[in-house]
Design a protein around this ligand. Structure first.
Ligand code: NAD
Ligand code: MG
Length: 382
């Protein structure tokens, strides 16, 4: 039996990870955690019988302890709980399916305890990649990407020499607003932004896909995962989302991974690497598909991507500002407090206001996050 724990078991990636557990029958789930969905967490605990579960507030944890008094499960709360879950003794793989920078500390703790990381939580690598990657190397801990593009690149690197990479071609769907003019983008609302054409995902990443910020975060994520300069990472819009990303080698050869858009493939691949397990679901039918098309990303109307390149080029604490400003702006947008185009504006304002700290440690990263939230709140109240 493979032994895993999941940060964020009630979300889009978390629940799909549990579907794989259900189907494969040879994975034991020792720990799970959620932000606030007490009901679903209770159901998951009853079904998967973990030894430890964690929910963010102590009030919710108390509630869960009462609901689950017939079971032998420890219920913890807060950051301490997440860290305890991340380092559970028998756990081999930690699936980081939590959203946001809250994943930094538990991911670091897991690496220090030698756990393999199946990484979905891209915000952690974007802001703390300079800490996490060397730490993983030092502790001889593999980090397997769950993000579909990075999994595709990882698969396209099988048996190849990474020194022979010319560039990475990161594919993007273009999101629900691809092709819209600036004028049209003035009027788009939350509901429109939540309608992703190809992928069903959590709310935050779905908005990030509409702004192209997600692709920006993924460029930074790819830089850290594959140790490659951002200039050698090119974004290619492929609206059908069949090619999940590609690697171009020095001889001009290109390796790609294709498939229907289904996150279960990259999740399962990360859990079983290097083995491929059977997975049901639709297959690509090239005759039905007919054609695949390619475009340059529209960086004029969707400024998230260029802001990400700027953040990673400036480096230090700037990617944290990019990410934190986006997290805050997306939350305001989802609350109906700002318009779609203001997301990129607020990110830029926060980046302009920031004085870069070189190689920030975790405390400095989290302080930068707080300071960025403050900048956005002040800006927003103006
Ligand atoms: P989601 O919003 O559906 O789920 C987030 C999970 O994190 C939930 O289980 C939630 O309860 C948990 N969580 C939030 N705050 C918490 C807290 N304070 N304490 C404990 N748990 C907390 O998000 P998602 O779409 O599953 O995305 C998760 C991560 O995976 C993100 O970093 C995202 O960028 C990345 N990712 C997601 C997809 C996808 O298809 N959904 C694809 C690629 C990458
Ligand atoms: Mg992705």
């Amino acid at each position: 039996m493979k032994k895993i724990a999941i940060l964020g078991s009630t979300g889009s990636i978390g629940t799909q990870t549990l579907e794989i557990v259900r189907e494969q029958k040879d994975i034991e789930v020792l720990g799970i955690s959620a932000g606030s969905n007490v009901k679903l967490l209770e159901q998951q605990i009853r079904e998967f019988k973990p030894r430890l579960a964690c929910i963010w507030t102590e009030a919710d944890a108390k509630d869960l302890r009462v609901r689950l008094k017939d079971l032998n499960v420890r219920i913890l709360s807060g950051m301490e709980g997440l860290i305890e879950l991340a380092v559970m003794e028998e756990v081999e793989i930690l699936v980081t399916a939590i959203v946001g920078m809250i994943g930094i500390r538990p991911t670091i703790a897991a690496i220090e305890h030698g756990k393999t990381i199946a990484l979905a939580n891209k915000e952690t690598l974007v802001t703390a990649g300079h800490i996490i990657m060397p730490l993983a190397k030092k502790n001889n801990v593999p980090i397997y990407p769950v993000d579909s593009e990075h999994s595709a690149i990882f698969q396209s690197l099988n048996g190849e020499n990474p020194k022979e990479i010319e560039k990475l071609l990161l594919t993007a769907s273009g999101g629900p607003f691809r092709g819209k003019t600036m004028e049209e983008l003035q009027h788009v609302g939350v509901k429109d932004a939540l309608k992703h054409p190809n992928w069903s995902m959590g709310r935050k990443i779905t908005i990030d896909s509409a702004t192209l910020v997600n692709k920006g975060l993924e460029v930074i994520e790819a830089k850290w995962l594959f140790d490659i300069e951002p200039e050698r990472i090119e974004v290619v819009v492929q609206p059908q989302s069949i090619i999940h990303s590609m690697v171009q080698y020095v001889d001009g050869g290109i390796m790609a991974q294709l498939g229907t858009p289904d996150m279960k493939l990259p999740i399962q691949y990360a859990l079983y690497y290097p083995e491929r397990r059977a997975l049901g679901g639709k297959r690509v039918n090239f005759f039905e598909l007919g054609q695949m098309t390619f475009e340059k990303p529209d960086t004029k109307n969707f400024r998230g991507l260029d802001l990400a390149y700027r953040a990673i080029t400036q480096g230090g604490s700037m990617p944290t500002v990019f990410n934190a400003a986006n997290e805050k702006a997306v939350a305001l947008f989802l609350d109906g407090k700002i318009r779609f185009l203001q997301i990129a504006e607020l990110i830029e304002t926060a980046m302009d206001a920031h004085k870069i700290i070189d190689a920030p440690d975790v405390t400095q990263i989290l302080e930068t996050e707080e300071a960025t939230y403050d900048v956005i709140s002040t800006q927003f109240l103006k």
